[in-house]
Design a protein around this ligand. Structure first.
Ligand code: DLL
Length: 433
C-alpha cells in the first residue's frame, strides 16, 4: 500500500529536496534577519550575515535556539510577521511556567495541515474514511493539526478531543470510525475499555496515528492486536508547527521527516557539534517555509538517529528513529510536557522547602504523577485534616501550573533521602525508552 498525499514532495529526488532546502533556507535566513532583532543579534555575535548562508552546507554557521530563548522572547520576540498577518496561536508548557507560544499565518497553517495530511494518507486515509481525532483540541497542537489534515484529505472528521471515553466509543461504533488519532496511552485505554464493554466486534478501525509521547514497540504490538489495527507513529513539536514534522509509513521503520519544510540535524548535545547520519544525538530543526514563527536550528532536546537509507514505501524523505530519550529533564505525563522546575516553582511559592521527589509510574498504560513533599518542622503537625487540606491546596496549584492532576503526599521533615551528589528529583518507573 503506497499512498501519498503530495508525491511530488514525498518522493522527490534527493537533488530536488536539497535544491528546495538551499533556496528556502537562504530566503528564510533573510526573513529572520530582517524581522527578528533577537536572532539578528545572535547572528551578529557569531559574525554571521545572511550572505554567508548560501545553502544547507552553511547551516552549521547559524546559532542554535532553545526553549530558554523562547522564554526570554515571550510572547512576541520571535515573531517574524506583523500580528495582523497571524491568524492562530498554539501553545505548550515551558520550563518554569511560562508557556511556549507559537504563531501561524494562514499559509503556515495550510502547510502544517499538508504535513498532517501526508501522515494520514501514509496510514491509508482517503475520502472514504471516518477519522476520529481524540487528541486534545485548543492550545495543544494535536487536535487542530490532525483535524486540519483530515479535512484536507476529505475524510469525515470527528473532532472528539480527548476524554469522555464512553462517548468516544459510542461515536466510534455508531459512526464507524476507521482511523483514530490520539496518544498511544489513550489508545491502549480505549482498547481496554472496548474489551470491557464487549463491543470489539462493532469497531471498524483499521489504523491509528499515535504520537506526542514515547511508546515502545511492545506497546505498539499490544495496541495493534487488541484493536485489530495498524498503529503508526507521528512526531512533532509545537515550536516547529505541531504533529506531522515526521510520520511513519506502512513500513513502520522510522518516521519520514517532511524535509521540504524542516531541515533536520543531529548534534552532540554537549558540544553542539553536528554528527553524521546514523549517530545518536540531539535532533535540531530549521523550519524553512513557516513565516510567522520561523525557528532556525531549534534544539528539540529529543535524542534520535537519522536514517538516510531509501525506504521501501517509495518516499525519499529521510527517516528519524523514535525518540530514545531527552537531553533535558522534561517528562511527558499523559501526553503533557512536565518540567520538574515547574513543580519546584509551585512548591517554593507555597513556602515548602526544595526537598521533594517526583514519581512517575504507569497503571496499565495510564501515567500516574505523584509528588512527595517534605514539610518544614514548623508546618509539621499531627492534625490529619490540616495536612489533607494542605495537600489539596498543592494539588490545585500543581493542576493550575501543569494542567494535569498530580497526587501530592506531604511527608515529615527529613524523610526524603538526601543525595550526596545531584539530588534525585525524578523517579520514572515507566521504562519508556
Ligand atoms: O506533542 C505535538 C504532537 C501532537 C505530536 C500529536 C504528535 C501527535 P508538544 O506538546 O510541543 O507537541 O511536545 C513535543 O513531545 O519534543 C517529544 O519529546 C515528544 N513527542 C512528540 N511526538 C512523539 C513521538 C506535540 N511520536 C515533544 N514519540 C517532543 C516520542 C514524542 N515522543
Amino acid at each position: 500500500m503506497n499512498n501519498y498525499y503530495q508525491p511530488e514532495a514525498e518522493c522527490a529526488s534527493r537533488e530536488q529536496i536539497k535544491a528546495w532546502q538551499d533556496e528556502r533556507l537562504v530566503a528564510q535566513v533573510q526573513h529572520v534577519w530582517n524581522n527578528i532583532p533577537y536572532y539578528k543579534k545572535l547572528m551578529e555575535e557569531r559574525g554571521v550575515k545572511p550572505e554567508h548562508i548560501k545553502g544547507t552546507q552553511d547551516l552549521h554557521l547559524l546559532p542554535f535556539l532553545t526553549k530558554d530563548d523562547l522564554r526570554e522572547c515571550y510572547p512576541y520576540g520571535l515573531l517574524a510577521e506583523p500580528l495582523e498577518n497571524c491568524v492562530r496561536i498554539q501553545s505548550t508548557s515551558g520550563t518554569t511556567g511560562k508557556r511556549v507560544v507559537a504563531f501561524y499565518t494562514q499559509d503556515d497553517i495550510n502547510l502544517w495541515e499538508d504535513c498532517c495530511a501526508r501522515a494520514l494518507v501514509a496510514a491509508g486515509a482517503s475520502k472514504s474514511d471516518v477519522v476520529q481525532v481524540s487528541y486534545g483540541y485548543g492550545l495543544f497542537t494535536g487536535g487542530p493539526g490532525l483535524n486540519g489534515g483530515s479535512h484536507k484529505v476529505g475524510c469525515l472528521t470527528l473532532p472528539m478531543s480527548s476524554g469522555n471515553t464512553d462517548r468516544q466509543i459510542q461515536f466510534m461504533t455508531d459512526l464507524g470510525a476507521t482511523i483514530i488519532c490520539c496518544t498511544p496511552s489513550y489508545a491502549a485505554y480505549l482498547a481496554e475499555t472496548i474489551e470491557e464493554m464487549g463491543v470489539k466486534d462493532k469497531i471498524k478501525l483499521k489504523a491509528g496515528i499515535f504520537g506526542a509521547e514515547a511508546w515502545t514497540q511492545e506497546m505498539r504490538e499490544d495496541i495493534q492486536n487488541r484493536l485489530g489495527i495498524k498503529a503508526y507513529d507521528i512526531y512533532g513539536l509545537t515550536e516547529i508547527s505541531g504533529p506531522g514534522v515526521s510520520f511513519e509509513c506502512c513500513e513502520q521503520g522510522g518516521m519520514h521527516i517532511n524535509e521540504d519544510h524542516f531541515i533536520p540535524e543531529i548534534i552532540n548535545p554537549k558540544t553542539g557539534e553536528v554528527l553524521p547520519y546514523g549517530e545518536k544525538g540531539e535532533l535540531v530543526f530549521t523550519s524553512i517555509t513557516k513565516k510567522a514563527f520561523p525557528l532556525l536550528r531549534y534544539r528539540t532536546k529529543d535524542i534520535c538517529v537519522l536514517n538516510p537509507e531509501p525506504c521501501a514505501c517509495g518516499r525519499t524523505l529521510i527517516r528519524m528513529s523514535k525518540p530514545m530519550g531527552r537531553s533535558d529533564d522534561m517528562l511527558i505525563v499523559k501526553g503533557v510536557n512536565v518540567f520538574p522546575s515547574q513543580i519546584e516553582t509551585v512548591l517554593l511559592n507555597k513556602g515548602y522547602p526544595a526537598n521533594y521527589q517526583i514519581i512517575v509510574s504507569r497503571e496499565g498504560y495510564s501515567d500516574q504523577l505523584e509528588v512527595n513533599v517534605e514539610m518544614t518542622p514548623e508546618m509539621f503537625s499531627d492534625n490529619l485534616a490540616e495536612i489533607s487540606a494542605k495537600e489539596k491546596e498543592l494539588v490545585e496549584a500543581l493542576k493550575a501550573m501543569l494542567g494535569i492532576y498530580a497526587k501530592v503526599r506531604l511527608v515529615a521533615p527529613k524523610t526524603i533521602t538526601r543525595s550526596e551528589g545531584k539530588a534525585v528529583r525524578v523517579i520514572d518507573k515507566r521504562n519508556l525508552y
